[in-house]
Design a protein around this ligand. Structure first.
Ligand SMILES: Nc1ncnc2c1ncn2[C@@H]1O[C@H](COP(=O)(O)OP(=O)(O)OP(=O)(O)O)[C@@H](O)[C@H]1O
Length: 310
């Protein structure tokens, strides 16, 4: 086995990571192992601690406690060795260089850099390759940040909300490229708010809320954590508390004349519901979507919101 293979096999190991800003505990004990070759989505609402965790993975900030090891190295060593490359939400690019010039400069820093022309094509920058970086639009800037991450040809790509500011075509192209990169055996970690992106492109979802990991597993597993089925029906004038008390129902929500029941046992719930409320109509039984799972696991349920407004 070569030294490089030995390093790659180590994957990413975050152990007991903590980071506070003054009194605010942004990351409160994150333990996470990512195997080499995995594509992992860090999903969570605003302020969940995703960017803070990513910054510590990239060695851009030091944890208050715990450690991050990237392919057996400290983040700074991994960056210096060209093993890891990040695409951040913020950060100005060197102005007055064209996109091609900037990428050529950056490529010269990495031992295994990809050809710049290939990266320009992959990132959808062909039409703007001669444009100066200070004249780029938000979407073009984001594509350029992506190209910077790609050109290094690192084994681990860490992307913080990579599709922000991209239009529909930009997103489609971005994910096509990412798929090819993931299939080539690289490890990819990306933060996103978009459930459908996590669902569609990641092997695994790590859901963060309030500085902690609240769920970690394949998308299907995360869905199953929140009860398997939802019953929707039109049924005015029945109090929510009566619906929540039905056997097999774990939570009930009212949306105008419609009711939504989250079920722990949907067969039992449906039988009871129909016998007790024969006037119910437009009845649907559906698998709980990732959206429901997300809201429930991050402690921010639509049902809670409904309760606070009652
Ligand atoms: N440099 C900083 N100084 C003070 N507070 C910070 C700093 N960076 C982050 N925070 C706070 O830490 C918490 C976690 O922020 P973080 O950016 O990690 O969340 P996030 O999950 O990436 O959110 P978003 O999806 O909005 O980017 C937030 O409450 C944020 O306000």
């Amino acid at each position: 086995m070569t030294t490089n293979q030995t390093l790659i096999r180590g994957g990413i190991e975050l152990t007991g990571l903590r980071k506070s800003f003054g009194a605010l505990e942004a990351v409160r004990g994150v333990d996470l192992h990512i195997a080499a070759g995995e594509t992992v989505a860090l999903l969570g609402p605003n302020g969940a601690g995703k960017s803070t965790t990513i910054d510590m993975m990239l060695g851009l900030s030091q944890p208050d406690a715990g450690s991050a090891r990237i392919f057996g190295l400290s983040p700074k060593e991994a960056v210096a060795a060209g093993q890891i490359c990040g695409m951040l939400q913020v950060g100005a690019l060197v102005p007055y260089l064209s996109v091609t010039e900037l990428l050529t400069e950056i490529a010269s820093l990495y031992p295994r850099a990809l050809p710049v022309a290939e990266v320009i094509e992959l990132a959808g920058l062909s039409d703007f390759a001669g444009q100066r970086t200070n004249k780029l639009s938000g979407g073009q800037l984001q594509r350029t940040r992506f190209a910077i991450a790609l050109v290094s040809n690192s084994d681990l790509l860490v992307l913080d909300e990579p599709t922000v500011a991209l239009d529909v075509e930009g997103r489609r192209q971005f994910w096509m490229t990412m798929r090819a990169i993931a299939n080539s055996g690289k490890t990819v970690v990306f933060a996103t708010h978009y459930l459908e992106e996590a669902d569609e492109y990641a092997d695994r979802i790590v859901l963060m809320a309030h500085g902690r990991i609240v769920a970690d597993g394949p998308t299907t597993e995360i869905r199953s954590l929140v009860g398997s089925k939802l019953i929707r029906a039109t049924l005015p004038d029945v109090p929510r508390s009566d619906l929540a008390a039905i056997d097999g129902v774990s939570a009930a929500e009212r949306r105008g004349e419609a009711v939504v029941l989250s079920c722990s046992d949907s067969d039992l719930a449906l039988r009871t519901f129909l016998s007790r409320y024969p006037a119910a109509r437009d009845i649907e039984v559906a698998g709980a979507g990732l959206e429901e799972a997300f809201l429930k696991l991050t402690g921010h349920t639509a049902i809670d919101d409904a309760e606070t407004t009652r």
